[in-house]
Design a protein around this ligand. Structure first.
Ligand code: NAD
Ligand code: DAU
Length: 360
């Protein structure tokens, strides 16, 4: 493929992994434009290696907002964009509970704007693709059994998931109404390098290394279906190349874990790579001893689990990283890149964390 791909939100966790994956591991010969607003969650340095190798030739970073129609239109025209992959979003559920406005702005109005720009520039072209990255959270909360399929009715329960659900509906509407060639993927919880340390795994890792309490919401029995980020990137790549326009694909790790299990697995991985005897911050305690139960998240979804049968059958996708292997790779990465991590935790985030954790 020698097209030009516009990746939005490419300075965040999954977007930066996706751009690296596309340019280094797929044989893609075209250009990637990364449009990112650089909110608290985005860091241009997440793609420092890519800028050095491909910058100005096959990789272009543009700071900007997906809500800015003038900018998006110029980019689509100037670079002859024929694929849009939308990762840009406000993504943290806890933040959406404390302040939903940005979620509505970016996740709904921003996606609407991208769709309008795609429609205006692409007219009736069929050799183009608009891929929207979404989440399993749109389906709501499961009880003990069952899994989300592509036909599970939407039942979002947080401002974050409600905003993602709204965007999914808009994307599908543009297929049915205007014939825009769209695809959507609804993925489960990702983990891996470059994730912002507001999310469970890097947050717990950060706290554990510092010998601080690892906050576990409620009884720790909430269940998430974990997927290593590169497996998600490969799924998205397959969908934009081989997926059928108008279709939705669920993507999950078939790796359900209660949060407490996840934290204990993380502590084990950490012990292997940085044994407690070599970490003075632990003062002789085990990593697990740091687990601290805190007040639950309001409306905390109990269980997510994805049925990935469709993408496996239709596109031959399957996850390649087992949980323990992926977790060890993640821990090793964070320990090496701890300086990078410190930079990610900017002053406003520190203040936000302090406020919210003292309230719990
Ligand atoms: P992230 O918070 O790490 O990154 C989001 C990126 O979007 C940041 O770089 C940010 O600067 C950028 N951004 C935010 N608002 C923007 C705007 N208005 N214009 C341009 N850029 C903007 O998020 P992530 O975890 O990488 O998630 C990426 C996408 O994947 C999101 O759509 C999210 O809903 C979805 N998703 C995430 C997970 C997960 O486990 N992290 C799972 C399933 C789906
Ligand atoms: O399921 C996909 C979703 O996964 C994505 O759409 C979201 O963008 C992404 O943030 C993630 O949402 P979660 O709410 O599941 O992720 P988070 O890392 O915030 O929390 C994971 C679980 O751990 C959840 O049950 C809440 C719990 N938790 C989280 C934090 C931050 C804790 O127990 N303690 C914590 O400190």
């Amino acid at each position: 493929m020698t097209k030009t791909m516009l990746v939005t939100g490419g300075a965040g966790f999954i977007g930066s992994n996706f751009i690296r994956f596309v340019l280094k591991k797929t044989g893609f010969k075209g250009r990637v434009i990364n449009l990112d607003k650089l909110t608290y969650a985005g860091l241009r340095e997440n793609l420092h290696d890519i800028e050095l190798r491909f910058g100005g030739k096959r990789y272009f970073f543009i700071k900007g907002d997906i809500c800015d129609s003038k900018k998006v239109n110029i980019i689509i025209k100037k670079y002859a964009v024929s694929v849009i992959v939308n990762f840009a979003a406000e993504t943290h559920v806890d933040r959406s509970i404390h302040g939903p406005k940005d979620f509505i702005e970016t996740n709904i109005n921003g996606v609407f704007n991208l769709l309008e720009c795609a429609r205006a520039n692409w007219k009736d072209r069929k050799d183009v693709r608009f891929h929207h990255i979404s989440t399993d959270e749109v389906f709501g909360s499961l009880v003990k059994t069952g899994r989300f399929t592509e036909t599970t009715p939407y039942d979002p329960r947080s401002p974050y998931s409600a905003s993602k659900a709204a965007s999914d509906h808009l994307v599908r509407a543009y297929f049915h109404t205007y014939g825009l060639p769209v695809t959507i993927s609804n993925c489960s919880n990702n983990y891996g390098p470059y994730q912002h340390p507001e999310k469970l795994i890097p947050l717990a890792l950060f706290k554990a290394v510092a010998g601080e309490g690892i906050p576990v919401y409620g009884d720790g029995g909430n269940t998430r279906d974990w997927l290593f980020v590169e497996d998600h990137c490969r799924a998205v790549w397959l969908i934009i190349n081989k997926g059928k326009a108008g279709k939705t694909y669920n993507v999950g790790g078939n790796c359900e874990k209660k949060n407490l299990e996840t934290i204990k697995a993380l502590c084990l991985a950490l012990e292997k790579i940085r044994p407690r005897a070599k970490n003075p911050a632990l003062k002789g305690r085990r990593y697990e001893d740091l687990i601290t139960f805190v007040k639950d998240r309001p409306g905390h979804d109990r269980r997510y689990a994805i049925d990935s049968g469709k993408i496996k059958k239709a596109l031959g996708w399957k996850p390649l990283f087992g949980f323990n292997k992926g977790l060890e790779a993640t821990v090793a990465w964070y320990l090496v890149y701890s300086a990078h991590l410190k930079k990610t935790v900017d002053a406003s985030y520190r203040a936000w964390l302090k406020k919210n954790y003292t309230e719990r």
